[in-house]
Design a protein around this ligand. Sequence first.
Ligand code: NAI
Length: 430
Amino acid sequence: MIKQHPADSDQVIRFSKDKIHVPVQPVIPYIEGDGCGPDLWQAARQVVDAAVALAYQGGRTFIWKEVYAGQKAFDLTGSWLPEETIQTFRKYHVGLKGPLNTPVGEGIRSLNVALRKELDLFTCLRPVKYYPGAPSPLREPEQVDIVLFRENTEDVYAGMEFDCGSPEAGKLLTFLNITFPEIHAKIRFPDSSALGIKPISRDGSERIVRAAIDWALHNHRKTVTIIHKGNIMKFTEGGFMKWGYALAEKEFGGSVYTMRQWNRTALKSGEETANQELEKAKHTGKLIIKDMIVDAAFERAITHPLDMDVLVTTNLNGDYLSDALAALVGGLGIAPGANINFNTGDAIFEAVHGTAPGLAGKNAANPCSLILSAVLMLRYLGWNEAADLIENGLQKTLASRNVTADFFERMENATLQSTSDFANQIIQRM
Ligand code: NAI
């Protein structure tokens, strides 16, 4: 354990009774990241520091503290994710992180998943908002203002897997054959199967749905849609939906209007009846809780983005959905994210995308994703004045059609900017 230096306590963010206490000079641990990470980090830090300086005229500043993970950590310490990194995030509670490489099929499990698990950051928060000027495949992209709550700790995504032909897979197959022969019989090719386990719990479902509803109420949103695949996976995905509705009714009864039958009405009797019912519900002025099958949600987000307000879903669905939603507003280069434990307050803010190896060291990646993740962090800390300055500068820069390569190739009459020049343009326009 890291010993707490007495002076340190003035720089540590604290939480009590749903309240966050932020000192004027909080220490913020950061991971630069692999691949394009260092370029993005430089850009984001410059923009955030400039905004904080402008907003508070020296009254507030961040003390950035580098911690290591990924290749840099391995080169320096021999560990991909040193214990000290985890302890530092634990101590300071709120941090910023660049993308980290995860070699496919090798021994190292995902560092991102490991960090989220270690700190029990059960919410993956992914806002998807359109900024005018960004290239979008939609005719009316300004309709997109979606906030996705993805469960971060369960599901097949949690990494409980056994390789095909491994002794563990063999043991599990034997166990299934003896104890649950009807399940074993459903495995089409048992001898050549890798196996994964998909735990979805009531506790895990409740805490993410609670976080989504809480957030939606605080931010005056209209609907929370529980996204699932419960028509096929009755007990895991179906449980997520069932427990979500029950929690909404039990804990938020007076403030929410649950529409358990809405999705089924929409499927059975066509759109009209379901939409009429939804309109009626809107007149109650309450937060509407409904659900949607995940495949329909992909279609719906493209054809009726206004129907997608706050979404809450399981881990794997959320992983796919968040990238697809990002495509509606310009792509991964502009997709921010946060991993939060709303019970402890611990939070790590990070871009949705990966390390973009093709852009590594080229000063060419789009820094919007990490910059907007930092904006989320500023809002989480209540430093809204600095967050507004950044969003304002970013909006003006995009509207002026000064963009990085990922946007440039999909826009007409745009001016190509490097990562660092784009960041400077934001600062100039704050
Ligand atoms: P990726 O997200 O790195 O790249 C996908 C595509 O998006 C590429 O064409 C890339 O050039 C582009 N892209 C991503 N970020 C961009 C940016 N800021 N500006 C412009 N274009 C951008 O996904 P990929 O290639 O599948 O994964 C590369 C590595 O990243 C893998 O090791 C993967 O495991 C890791 N990864 C890490 C994540 C994290 O740290 N949170 C999340 C996703 C992947």
